[in-house]
Design a binder for this molecule. Sequence first.
Ligand code: PLP
Length: 390
Amino acid sequence: MNNRQLFQQYLAQTSESPIGIEIVKAEGNYLYGADGKKYIYLIGGISVCNIGHRHPDVVAAIKKQADEYLHIMVYGELVQSPQVRYAELLARHLPENLNCVYFTNSGAEATEGAIKLARRVTGRTDMIACNKSYHGNTLGALSVMGDEYWRNAFRPLMPGVWHYDYNSEELISAINEKTACVIIETVQGEAGVITPELNWLKDLREKCTETGALLIMDEIQCGFGRTGKLWGFEHFNIVPDIVLLGKALGGGMPLGAFISSKEKMHTLTNEPVLGHITTFGGHPVCCAAGMAAMEVLVRENLIEEVIEKEKLFHSLLIHPSIKEVRTKGLLIAVVLEIPEQVLECLQKCLAKGLFSDWFLFAPNCIRIAPPLTISNEEIREACDIILGSL
Ligand code: PLP
């Protein structure tokens, strides 16, 4: 059997029609197929490869750590330099109250940990989440996900979760003294790049503070410079009680985190002791890779170029089939009329050497979330291919 046949035979499939191209190498902003084809990777692993693939500093950090030690012990018992150094770096770049990091294996696990933390800190169980929100695929995360089609087949889910529209007054009115937490994406990704209104976020923050509900902000897709600031919430002058990180956090390795204050996190250490544990969360190789990637991101001023690149996409993506281009930095939704147009366009792009995708809750949109290292020339080439495929 060749690899494609093995893929179909032995690997659990997530759809009836996977893309199914075999990738043999990924470097910078490109993927290379076994068929010898080179693809501009316009979604960067879905907001993972913010500094491109295989940055030499990341590869060096992985090799160095692999030479020292791999997994040694469940999270939180032994001092592991990559974990503690990366936690300190993150805390240094976050507001003062977000000073204590719990590393997980994935974004979904960060969501799970945050839900447990909110329950433990407040002693409450009700949760408020948004329609069209995505926070991961484990059962807790699925319970707060904002789409009935993907939720329904897996019921019963966590009780006491109430969904409202993002940016709606109803959501703010629903927060009360029984609410453990409100969980929102700072910028809604899978909804097709929906940005919060400044006043809505301010009111949301105030209502949470007033009622004692914790505000969890999911920066898993929009963090690490993607929106033009290191953290998306920096655009809106508010600070969450818990922030969720993932994707670019690991520099291409699997890593997630929920981050809060030292006092709040302390509740996970007693009654019960080991209130949240994981074998592999915060794996030393992943932390070493993630820290190297974050250092590159900050050192090379990649974030400063994001807004100019966003503007370039806007100026180029003009076509009768394009209804709207919604952006927040380099998180971009190109809105077409119907999902079929998106699928057809993506197929044609693929044939012309451009790899992109759609959004879970906005299938009429083409997703663009390239590595922040994408050059102006590559942006022009990518937009040419998209326009030519429409
Ligand atoms: N939160 C957001 C906003 C995401 O976009 C994702 C993944 O796409 C997740 C959470 C879940 O992360 P993971 O797939 O690592 O579990």
